[in-house]
Design a protein around this ligand. Structure first.
Ligand SMILES: [Fe+2]
Ligand SMILES: [Fe+2]
Length: 168
């Protein structure tokens, strides 16, 4: 196992920093669970029936993600966070779906970073677990974009231009 205290050069992420970032990911997973639990039940109208059913499936997958991420944080010797990122609500179904989509975009950006960071630390198994989660998040993104009748957003670049391990 790599020693985090030795030779922390610039641009190299530490295991402590990775645990912190994973706790942010966990807070986003909690947010997603809550969002999907609520939205799947309040979305009404015949045109939203399919997506409401899909959101119920998302809710359960997000719980699986939260469990996987917590396990990684514990493995890194840190305590998993208990506070979700805030959940936005709206009376307007389209707006609800847009909030979900924005959250998924943010989640995808972060997991792409996290995979690179895990690999930089030699944590290949962790990177693989996150890759599995990322695949489901991309499915969520597609489900939401499809329900909104829009193109799947390209989040490969984005404002958080990727410099490995830099604090933001
Ligand atoms: Fe998730
Ligand atoms: Fe998701």
């Amino acid at each position: 196992m790599p020693n985090p205290k030795s030779a922390v050069v610039e641009d190299e992420i530490s295991r402590d920093r990775l645990a912190e970032l994973l706790n942010d990911d966990l807070a986003r997973e909690y947010q997603a669970i809550i969002g999907y639990v609520v939205y799947s039940q309040v979305l009404s109208g015949a045109q939203y029936m399919d997506i409401a059913n899909q959101l119920e499936i998302h809710a359960k997958q997000e719980l699986d993600h939260a469990l996987i991420i917590s396990r990684q944080i514990d493995y890194l010797g840190k305590m998993p966070a208990v506070v979700p990122k805030s959940v936005r609500t709206s009376e307007d179904p389209k707006e609800m779906l847009r909030f979900d989509l924005e959250n998924e975009n943010e989640t995808i950006r972060n997991y792409r970073d996290r995979i690179r960071q895990c690999e930089a630390l030699g944590e290949y198994a962790m990177a693989e677990q996150i890759r599995q989660i990322l695949m489901q998040e991309q499915d969520h993104q597609i489900d939401l974009a499809t329900a909104l009748g829009i193109e799947v957003p390209d989040v490969s670049g984005g404002p958080k231009g990727r410099t490995l391990g830099k604090r933001r």
